[in-house]
Design a protein. Sequence first.
Length: 521
Amino acid sequence: MAGYTRTFDPSADDLTVLTRPREDLVLEAASVDEEGVHRFTQEHGPFVRYERRVEPVDRGRVRETLDFELPTWTWRPLLNLGVRGSLRRPPPSPGKMPWWAPPQRFDARSAQVLGLCAALAVVTGYVGTLLGRTMTFAADEFHLDNTAQGYVLAAARVGGVLALALTALADRRGRRRVLQLTLLICIVSDVLGALTPNEWGLAASQIANRGAWAAAAIVLGIIVAEEMPAGARAYAVSLLAMTGALGAGMALWVLPVADVNERAWRILYLVPLLMLPLVLVGCRRLPESRRFERPHQALSMRGHYGRLALLAGSAFLLNLFIGPVTQFQGEFLREERNFSAAGVALFALLTSTPGGIGIVVGGRLADTIGRRRVGAVATAVGTALTVLEFAVGGLGLWAAATLGTIIFAAHVPSTTVYGPELFPTSLRGRANGVVTLTAMGGSVVGLLAAGVMSDAFDSFAPTMAILAIGPMLMAVLIITRYPETARRELEDLNPDDRAPAPVAASPLAAGTSPSTSVESG
């Protein structure tokens, strides 16, 4: 239990506020006993236990006591501080949440599911960034130029086929089971990567890794979308992105080890073994998605091709640019700016960490003012600043990288949440697998083009400027073709997921089955 006790002399206004039920982080139910003690319990909110008491003491003083307990796996040491601080202050206007909290109140289950998914996103963040961070060091051992690195990095994207198969399996067998399988594949494939004898062995291990990583990221996003309240889905996706960035940052913490000798980069591929207990325990505690367990229609993709083409095309355009930027940044810093491994790690940490600001702000704005405006502006402006990063040096390099990361990061929750939102339950995994496969295709084209063009230009700046056409076109699509989905229930966006009307019994229909088929988790 956490909370506080305080005794003070309240004014009349203070006493009125104290004895009024809160309606922000928690919706309180009030009662008063015979001794004049005001008791408040949780009617709706994220706590597994909650009680607030306001009682008179001597000489007009009152004592306020708060006891609360958040669910396990909700990062309680961190959240308790924010919750305690917010509940000590007078409640804002009814329904107004603290700046750090979701725009719409969670219940205890939603809070726990988000906490578990955020913890598992640390694993996906680490394994997802590993190949890009270590490729430049593996290239030294295997004697690869930029073109050859592009081939290896592109080959790993073949894993998109595996991602499609795994996400389709999540539509049939359940989200939780497939999530555990994908994370275990990530860990095993990285260990195999540490033992690889050459660049093609590394590429082969990362085909499995990349596919499983992509599937795990998709399934985490689907679970969150299916469990969170309608007004906080983008906020929840932003928290997944934040903890995923924490996992990616962990790879940077270890990256200086790569400077020890030519083969030391392999140590980074053994670190996921330390994450195995988190995967096993976290997936066991994670409940199956309520929407998957609820009876839902088994649908074909027919009728959803328009949305699929829109999201897949956008993902292709975005990854034409993002793939080369993330995978070749280390090579650019080492070869064109003469950074060491420690310097690359320091640069990435200092310039990418502020991206958390953009993720949090972008998630909140996407839930409050809408996805389209936030996504389009953040994509276009962030892309322009990222191109500038590859064109300037000195302080300009650091400033462009930092500001570009903050602004570009704001597009992540506002556009990523569309994938789970725009498809019904029985197609959600398969459709997002197709989008991811197409995104990886964009990365393949971008990586191959970036490798060849950077060798031809002997510079990454013109290469990135050309590839930036992709996300700029995506920004146009977002503002002109994307629907607005903020604060709408998934069943409103996907009417096929509404429970079918009951079929009246008829003597003529005795012994027959309804024509609508359903599948249950």
